[in-house]
Design a protein around this ligand. Structure first.
Ligand SMILES: NC(=O)c1ccc[n+]([C@@H]2O[C@H](COP(=O)([O-])OP(=O)(O)OC[C@H]3O[C@@H](n4cnc5c(N)ncnc54)[C@H](OP(=O)(O)O)[C@@H]3O)[C@@H](O)[C@H]2O)c1
Length: 259
């Protein structure tokens, strides 16, 4: 065999190997190319962890925040703000009209016990994102959302006032997102460790929708970054599995329901 044929064969084998490896690599991509990311809930505990990590990885971050939001957790960080309230559909639409975003992240928590909150906020987000050509929406939802509740019968969640209505609303929001025409990822959380708990590094996403383990917000943020630009996360609903943390968390009451 000539040297030329040998070299051609080596390049062909290398090319084939790359073709075999590439899909795996892209579905586990940790470092996406720099993106323009719009974060809803970026002033909150989880949201600010996500914002910090997005910036650490070179992404350009815009935070949609209410005028009166405490921006203390983002102090000194190079983020752009768009002021608005998620319950004002026109304000949400305007956010998408003025700027271009590759990815939208929702790390929102409803504190008003409004049982139609997600049903109200998802339509303008999805419509605005679609019109603006957003490539991916990553939504932090709740274990037990919609029909997923059936997986957790027997935990006594029905005894917690208002919880089932909130989970129904979470389910309605998820359905709106799935039907919206923008590639989506849902990451459901259920048992969240106290604010400031460092990451375990042991949390993983799973499509097993019967999983309910504790997790830290820091690990949720890491998992969010792992889904950025990662086609392995597209159109998937994930739960988080971290078996390294005891529950209830030390010092916390034995509250076991998602919020
Ligand atoms: N089951 C559990 O153990 C448990 C416990 C806690 C949290 N969680 C879950 O963990 C995730 C993160 O929660 P977190 O504690 O990090 O949330 P958080 O600190 O309460 O932050 C919530 C964010 O949502 C924003 N937001 C709420 N309503 C809004 C509106 N109408 N317009 C614009 N922004 C609005 C807040 O803005 P403002 O700054 O203006 O308020 C804030 O940035 C959520 O999915 C939550 O459900 C679960």
């Amino acid at each position: 065999m000539t040297h030329q044929t040998d070299s051609l064969r080596r390049r062909l084998v290398a090319g084939l190997l790359l073709l075999l490896v590439a899909p795996w690599a892209s579905s586990h991509a940790a470092d996406a190319a720099p993106q323009k990311v719009l974060v809803f809930g970026g002033t909150g505990h989880l949201g600010s962890e996500i914002v910090q990590r997005l910036l650490d990885h070179g992404h350009e971050v815009t935070v949609f925040a209410r005028p009166g939001s405490d921006r203390g957790r983002l102090q000194g960080l190079p983020v752009r703000y768009i002021e608005g309230d998620l319950l004002d559909a026109a304000g949400v639409a305007a956010a998408f009209e003025k700027h271009r975003f590759d990815t939208v992240v929702l790390a929102v928590r409803v504190k008003t016990r409004d049982i139609h909150f997600y049903e109200k906020i998802l339509p303008p987000i999805v419509t605005g994102a679609k019109v603006a050509g957003v490539r991916h929406i990553i939504h932090h939802g709740a274990v037990g959302a919609g029909r997923n509740l059936e997986r957790f019968a027997g935990l006594g969640w029905e005894r917690i006032p208002g919880l089932l209505d909130l989970l129904k609303d979470q389910g309605a929001g998820e359905d709106i997102l799935r039907a919206g025409g923008v590639p989506w990822t849902i990451i459901r959380n259920g048992r969240v460790y106290p604010v400031g708990t460092p990451p375990t590094g042991k949390a993983a996403l799973t499509e097993d929708d019967s999983v309910l383990t504790p997790m830290t917000r820091a690990d949720l943020a890491i998992l969010t970054l792992g889904c950025l630009g990662n086609r392995g996360c597209i159109d998937k609903t994930f739960h988080v599995r971290d078996t390294s943390l005891p529950w209830p968390a030390p010092g916390l009451p034995p509250y076991t329901a998602p919020e």
